[in-house]
Ligand binder design. Sequence first.
Ligand code: XUL
Ligand code: CO
Length: 452
Amino acid sequence: MAEFFTDVAPIRFEGPDTDTDLAFRVYDPDRVVLGQRMADHLRMAVCYWHSFHWPGSDVFGGGTFDRPWLEAGRDPMDAARMKMDAAFEFFTKLGVTFFCFHDADLAPTGDTFAESKRNLEELVDLAGQHMERTGVQLLWGTSNAFSHPRFAAGASTNPDPEVFAYAAAQVKNAMDATHRLGGANYVLWGGREGYETLLNTRMRQEADQLARFLTMVVEYKHAIGFEGALLIEPKPQEPTKHQYDYDCATVHGFLERYDLVGELLVNIEVNHATLAGHSFHHEVAYAVDHGIFGSIDANRGDPQNGWDTDQFPNSVEEMSLALYEILRGGGFTTGGFNFDTKLRRQSLDRADLFHGHVGAMDTLAQSLLVAASLLEDAELEAARDARYAGWGEGLGAQILDGKHSLADLEEQVASGGLDPQPVSGGQERLENLVNRTLWRAVSAPPDPPPAA
Ligand code: XUL
Ligand code: CO
């Protein structure tokens, strides 16, 4: 098997004081945090599409990256096998637990549906062999039902029922592929499930179509005995002007409306959360609190740009707050952190792909230490508990139990029996508490293990 990343040795944990550029300073897979290995807490994955299938193009220019398998003139199946060799070499040298793929980045699209299906089956077999050889696992698979021109007006929400049928056929095969490779989840990102103009759109009709499609996906999951979770990935817009799976709350309402709660969870992407005008922390807290949390696409946007830049996550503060909510909720079950991340177009060296991922993995490891520390200190939780204490007993509990009416409460207030006084929300104290933990963990991670 030809090696592609010949200049890079397997990445090792060397501790915070190492001088080695490409080494983990914090991520030590076997280090135990809150009773669990770091690797098992974080369940990190590399994505196939941006890292191996994207040539570094943007809307103003073509590919810039050195990716021999993407060169014109190669036999598409030979190129796909070469890409897979490079991908598994990368996963192994990085020491990542999982990967994720779309059907279209794993296998070339054929001239007919049958040829595409054969290509996918052959590449899935090969991926299975690589997985067995390396121990790398599949976090999730998905289907690209947004790039081909037939999906320009949507996949399941297309005004043409034949496009709905085509998308259904494609998703069925991608679910089979994911199942065959033992995927922990199957993801549905509604790339063009939205509209460009309301002038030609029936929103209610399209919502009914989307719900019908998701119901068929749920039925098929049960029919084939796939035990992973089905995940919807919210995004407010891009490429469409408006996407129906706008954010976690919108998806939640949709699931409630179509009786799909419990069958589908969410895959929350950081840059999608910020595009929706939320913080990542908000989206994670919403999903955990409402029982729809599934998995994360870890990346970040650029505060100056209003689009999906998919940069590598590098903010310990942003990730710590999200991880705090995830740990509070009991941690991941089937989900994990998938790096849905793109190199910058000028990052031309083969080693740049390692720099992006190593930094992101250390960022998450450090964030895990901060989140664990916040949880162990229990001060944040104690402040929240104290703030809502009134609802656990007496009047609060009675109100929630439906024991009072408006008239009844008016009588209590009018008779002078109730005279509530404002109390401090204590926001600055809580922000300082988070910062103190961040600074403590940054300057001295607890129990640094010896260098390997
Ligand atoms: C697009 C995006 C996708 C999904 C999978 O913004 O995030 O890569 O994660 O289709
Ligand atoms: Co994503």
